[in-house]
Design a protein. Sequence first.
Length: 600
Amino acid sequence: MPGEIPGFRTGSESVGERREQSAGRTDALLDWLRDYAEKRINSRLIDERRCVPPHIVLDFGNRGLFGLQAPEAYGGLDLSYRDAMRVYRQLGAIDLTLASFLFLHNVNGCLPILRFAPPALREERMPALATGRELAAFALSEPEAGSHLGGVQTVALPETEGGWRLHGVKRWNGSAWAGVISVFARLVDRDGKKRGLTGFVVRQGEPGLRLGPESLTMGVRGIMQNALTLEGVRVSPERMLGEMGRGMTVAELVLSHGRVAASALALGAMERCAQLILRYASRREIETGLLLHNSQTAYSLSALLHRIAVTQESLARLVTGLDAGADIVPEIAMALKISATDSLNVAADLLMQVLGGRGYMENNLAPQMFRDARLLSIGEGANEGLTAAIGRSVRLTDAVPAYLRACPPGAALADRLTDLAAGIARRDLPEGYADATAQAWRDFALGRLACRALDLAAALTPSGRPGREQTAAWAQSRFERLCHEIVQGTGLAAPVLPTEKIQETILTYTRHVGDLEPLAPDVDYALDPLLRREAPGNSPPEAVSGAPAPLEGLSVREKRQMLRALLATSKQEDDHGECAADHPSESGEVDRLDHRLDQP
């Protein structure tokens, strides 16, 4: 059955023995990682060269890092959730590029195959994936469908002899290095109607699969980001992930586990930021003495330590449940990811600010950590969209209150959240909030409240952790401030301008700063036509008339300008010197071409 892994975490050993074995393997792996990081990893060079050195990939593969939770039968380490998160936490502190590289392979890449691939396909592919001899990727997002998964346009067209042909473009998936790619498409029936989302396993190098140019990202630069174009890639039922039309079930599970792993990465990176801040502040002398003794520094560092403690407690509770066999709750995974990655952004910003001018120097790690941290609050679903999704869940389901009630300090919080949700639903918003905008605000406000309530529940959890009382007081104050802000109508509930007024106001800025689009000539990277496989005179008709390839990377506006220029030069001017493309009949041709360019 999809979702079950034969032999996964089973055997003659007792649960305690398996847990002890997992912990032992993890302890040894962490010792090795800490030693290896100091001798063989240069984060700055990975960032500058935009590439992970081959020796790191090979060494990580030999140590089992590409099969953290894969069964031993496939060559994996078979770690518990708790121990896998310990590894991700350590990797986050070492280098967020390497940490992201490994979690994307282990979770987004391997998990759909472990949980949902047909047995024959799983047995065929997992031994290579778990040992790092092959990499896996997860292709869900598209140019018009990032957080909005309802916008997925990739289709699976049925073939008469069985199977499907995939057509579409995928982005932001790190598939350039992957040999195995989980691709999600909308099934199209014989009548041409789009049906449910379905996942398929595609191999690199298959006919019809084409990699686009690399997208140069701001951070996590060592992981290549290429568009993936599917031009009739053939897949069979034996390549299907889960059930036909149930691809959202697969995607939701994978994304939920990815959000948990991203939170562990963020936790480790936060702790690394705190270490660097302490190291600098305890040595830097300012006018009032050591920077560490400055009240503002102490205030900011204290808030960061509270954020770290909340993330640690929230993550620990969630993975304890997973190790006990509980199902993952998507909303809780979202909330954990939001809280952890927002806190990492605070930590990275604080590191740069405390270091002052030194924080702006590339050799001091702070700029790279600042850039890398941004990916985690965007990837696996942008935090703003996830916050609204949590709010909708609070409005329509009991998932979040039920999770709160299951922890000792959470029952009262669950009741309060429910009461606040009812109050927000009745809330009259200021002028400028149209019906759709008002509901979006209510959902976002509810999502923020739910995240803060979950943070507070984690802070109130009994533990012997030092500073627990102070962290609980900090989380309580933070929750109450947000409640006051929403109830009193401040902050995000402040009056908003109508959309027309926003547009009108921004358009006036042209008087002050112009309407700029710096497009000085770039370096010519295209292969000389005389060196191409096809001679210029023998090019296919579509290449002469404007094939898609030369237009890749241009905006629609630039494409329209190019088409109008081509038409202007290819038609003779009339007696008045006007371009023929300006005549109504010619304009219709341009409009038709414009319409074609607007299509994906």
